[in-house]
Design a protein around this ligand. Structure first.
Ligand SMILES: [Zn+2]
Length: 237
């Protein structure tokens, strides 16, 4: 039994009827379809590590409704699954989060850092392809801010692991899909370990490769899809 076993919630980005960006061959499907499958892989791998993973959808309930359901499940952390798209040429990995100053006291930024690092390892990101963390405070209202500001007391991140409209990225995403699933679980485990240390439950954190990842400015700005609200007045990312 893994002493750091935990509960991880996954939210599938977009909905069946408005499935987000289209991935080119060999993804050949939408964000929604790709990420439903990825979520199943994350769940299976996480189960082998002793974790409990529950998958939540925005279909019929919107972003607010999905996070309300997440909140009722009371996970340790939540990760919303997307992929990026822009003009077919851009490559890279980025992770959105909100709580830069740790006002929730759940180390949300560290969760984002660990997951970002693990995903960058899978895609062998170098230089600018590690697009870093994107801070999305509620006050600034930027792309994805609504998604990562739904929960109090639970670290909440949104991943854009690659650009699905870039053919090299699409190929890498399909070839490394299992590794991508495992990366999210590894990031979760590093965060679990750090928070156990912070709360005095273990004497040394197992958070290898931690570095201070600075927030990176959003250039070029690469929205994954135009705003397509699930429900009126709720921005959609
Ligand atoms: Zn998306």
């Amino acid at each position: 039994m893994n002493p750091l076993a935990g509960h991880l919630a996954l939210v599938i980005g977009h909905t069946r009827s408005r499935p987000g960006a289209a991935g080119v061959y060999p993804i050949s499907s939408s964000e929604y379809e790709f990420n439903n499958d990825l979520a199943d892989m994350i769940q299976k791998y996480a189960n082998t590590r002793g974790h409990n993973v529950e998958i939540f959808h925005r279909d019929g309930v919107g972003i607010d409704g999905a996070y309300k359901n997440v909140s009722e499940w009371e996970p340790d952390a939540v990760c919303e699954l997307h992929f990026n798209a822009f003009n077919g040429n851009v490559k890279g990995t980025e992770t959105l989060y909100s709580d830069k100053n740790d006002s929730k006291q759940v180390l949300e930024k560290e969760f984002a850092i660990f997951v970002q690092e693990e995903i960058c390892r899978v895609f062998r990101r170098k230089g600018r392809e590690d697009r870093g963390l994107k801070n999305r405070p509620l006050s600034r209202g930027e792309r994805g801010y609504w998604n990562v500001n739904q929960l109090f007391g639970i670290p909440s991140i949104l991943i854009e692991p690659f650009f699905g409209d870039n053919k090299e990225e699409a190929k890498a995403a399909v070839e490394n899909k299992q590794e991508l699933a495992e990366a999210i679980v590894k990031g979760f485990e590093r965060w679990k370990s750090l928070i156990a240390y912070e709360r005095g439950l273990v004497t040394t954190p197992d958070t290898t490769d931690t570095r201070d990842t600075p927030d990176t400015p959003d250039t070029p700005d690469t929205p994954d899809t135009p705003d397509t609200p699930d429900t009126p007045d709720t921005p959609n990312t």
